[in-house]
Design a binder for this molecule. Structure first.
Ligand code: C2E
Ligand code: CA
Ligand code: CA
Ligand code: CA
Length: 278
């Protein structure tokens, strides 16, 4: 951009350029990071209420930079989406998670199901469903064990993403709507999409023990889920009080630090979590 025209405009351009430069640098670093094996997966339990028995896990990607430590996926996933690297990174994520699940299975400690986050860009990519089918076949994981977590925004507006969701369902894969309630047109989507699981965003779970707006929404969403025969998972449950209140409202599935933080497979006791009550 022109930097010679002075005043506010120049300053704005400079900030914008700096933002773009940083994004370009991060994009390039992500490429190198994938080649250098700087990513790994962690797994967080999804439990049944009120027992606390682990019924599934969600896989979450981590980027550990040898020089600077962890970078949040909230920072690098959007960049990977914009550069297109998410397609290759996402394939690595899916394969790594399926290999881990197959390993738990062989050892008799697999949770019933596992969820993998799929970004909008990945879902709309031609051939995506074929890649999923190939990875499941290659790793020997039954499609019914896989839950694909997609956001409302990814499937808003139809098109390739919605077709992919339908084809995944035909494969036998389950679909979860992630961050439910925070996007556009949440309820409308439920009329047309073959979704089975609603992940109720943690913003609605946070204040569930206080009277007020958030509790009202958490209550309405469980009624919607139950009325439509869907499974609602309360996200971001951090306290025993929240878990108890969610159970009272009718929630039977929950996820959050109260039950278990995301952890590496070697360190999590998925087997123990699958057997014991919390
Ligand atoms: P998400 O899919 O909604 O994942 C849940 C996030 O909430 C995770 O953050 C998890 O660590 C965090 N969390 C779990 N329990 C609690 C709790 O009790 N309290 C609080 N405050 N947070 C909790 P994380 O791992 O930093 O991921 C952030 C987002 O980045 C994810 O949100 C997802 O949108 C994206 N992401 C993470 N891993 C992947 C991946 O493998 N692929 C894709 N496409 N996106 C991913
Ligand atoms: Ca998720
Ligand atoms: Ca979520
Ligand atoms: Ca989220």
């Amino acid at each position: 951009a022109a930097k010679s025209d002075g005043g506010r405009h120049r300053r704005y351009s400079t900030d914008l350029d700096r933002g773009n430069d940083e994004e370009a640098r991060l994009g390039a670093e992500l490429r190198t990071a994938l080649d250098n094996g700087e990513f790994h997966m962690v797994y967080q339990p999804i439990v049944e209420l009120p027992t606390g028995n682990c019924v599934a896990v969600e896989s979450l990607v981590r980027w550990w930079r040898p020089d600077r430590g962890y970078v949040s996926p909230d920072v690098f996933i959007p960049v990977a989406e914009r550069t297109g690297l998410i397609v290759e990174l996402g394939e690595w994520i899916l394969r790594t998670t399926c290999l881990q699940y197959a390993d738990w299975w062989r050892n008799g400690v697999a949770p019933y199901r596992f969820g993998v986050n799929i970004s909008a860009r990945q879902l709309a990519e031609p051939g995506f469903v074929g890649v999923v089918a190939a990875i499941l076949a290659e790793t020997g994981v039954h499609p019914a064990r896989l839950i694909v977590e997609v956001t409302e925004t990814a499937v808003f507006g139809g098109g390739a993403a919605v077709r992919a969701v339908r084809e995944l369902t035909e494969l036998g894969v389950e679909i979860a709507l992630d961050d439910f309630g925070t996007g556009h047109s949440s309820l409308g989507l439920l009329q047309t999409l073959p979704v089975r699981i609603l992940k109720v965003d943690k913003s609605f779970v946070e204040n569930v023990t206080m009277a007020g707006r958030h509790a009202v929404i958490a209550t309405s969403l469980i009624h919607v889920a139950n009325g439509l025969g869907l499974v609602a998972v309360a996200e971001g449950v951090e306290t025993a009080e929240q878990a108890a209140e969610l159970y009272r409202l009718g929630y039977r599935r929950a996820q959050g630090y109260h039950f278990g933080r995301p952890a590496m497979a070697q360190l999590t006791s998925v087997p123990a979590a699958a057997r014991t009550s919390v």
